[in-house]
Design a protein around this ligand. Structure first.
Ligand code: UP5
Ligand code: MG
Length: 192
C-alpha cells in the first residue's frame, strides 16, 4: 500500500500582493493548513540561540532568499507536526534553488494541486507594505530600501518559477489589486 501524499497549493505573488490575507480566508472557508515560509523563517530567527538567526535576518533585510535546506526543513517539519494532509504553502518556492531543493526532498511526497498566483503591480505592492510598516508591523523589510530589493528578487528569481509552472498549466492567476473580498471571490472558485 502506498502512503498517501500531502496535497499542496503553492501561493505566490509579489511582496504585499496579499498572499497571507487570502490564505487566512481560504483556511476559514476550506480548512487548509497555512504555512508561510516567511513566517516560519521569522519564527526560526526569533528562537534564542538559533543557529541560523543572523543568516535569516540578513536575507530578509536584503530581500534575498534563504538557502533551501533551511526553508524546506522548516516546511517539512511543520507539515509533519500538523498531522494534517492539505497545505497552502505561501511564499515558496521563490527561486531555482528552492524549486530544485523542494523537488528533491518533497517531490515524491506531495501532490501539487496548483499554483495560486496573486498578480499585483510594484506600485500597489510597495504602498501596501509601506502602509503596513507605518502601522507598526515591526517587519525589518517594510521600508523602501528593502522593498526595492524584495521586488528585484521577485522579478528576477521568482517570476521564472511562476513561468515554469505556467508551462505545466498549473498556474491560477488572480488580479490582486482589488479589495480583499473581491479577490477572494475569484479565489474561492478554485477551491469549491
Ligand atoms: N492587503 C492585503 N490584501 C489587500 C488588498 N486586497 N487590498 C488592500 N490591502 C491589502 O498583505 C500585505 C499588506 O497589504 C497587509 O497590510 C494587508 O492588510 C494589505 P499580506 O496579505 O501580508 O501580503 P503578502 O503577499 O503575504 O505580503 P508579504 O509581505 O508577506 O510578502 P513577501 O513575499 O514579501 O514576504 P514573505 O514573508 O513571504 O517573505 C519575506 C522574506 O523572507 C523574503 O523577502 C525572503 O528574504 C525571505 N524568504 C525566503 O528567503 N524564502 C522563502 O521561502 C520565503 C521567504
Ligand atoms: Mg506574507
Amino acid at each position: 500500500i502506498m502512503a498517501s501524499k500531502y496535497n499542496i497549493v503553492f501561493v505566490l505573488g509579489g511582496p504585499g500582493a496579499g498572499k497571507g490575507t487570502q490564505c487566512s480566508k481560504i483556511v476559514d472557508k476550506f480548512g487548509f493548513i497555512h504555512l508561510s515560509a516567511g513566517d516560519l523563517l521569522r519564527e526560526e530567527r526569533a528562537k534564542p540561540g538559533s543557529e541560523y538567526g543572523e543568516l535569516i535576518e540578513n536575507h530578509i533585510k536584503n530581500g534575498t532568499i534563504v538557502p533551501v535546506e533551511i526553508t524546506c526543513s522548516l516546511l517539512e517539519r511543520a507539515m509533519k507536526d500538523s498531522g494534517k494532509m492539505d497545505f497552502l504553502i505561501d511564499g515558496f518556492p521563490r527561486n531555482q534553488n528552492n524549486l530544485e531543493g523542494w523537488n528533491k526532498e518533497m517531490g515524491e511526497k506531495v501532490n501539487l494541486k496548483f499554483v495560486l498566483f496573486f498578480n499585483c503591480p510594484l506600485e500597489v505592492c510597495t504602498q501596501r507594505c509601506l502602509d503596513r510598516g507605518a502601522a507598526g508591523s515591526g517587519r525589518s523589510d517594510d521600508n523602501l530600501e528593502s522593498l526595492k530589493k524584495r521586488f528585484d528578487t521577485y522579478m528576477n528569481a521568482t517570476m521564472p518559477i511562476i513561468e515554469h509552472y505556467e508551462e505545466q498549466d498549473l498556474v491560477r492567476k488572480i488580479d490582486a489589486t482589488r479589495s480583499p473580498d473581491e479577490v477572494f471571490e475569484d479565489v474561492e472558485k478554485l477551491f469549491s
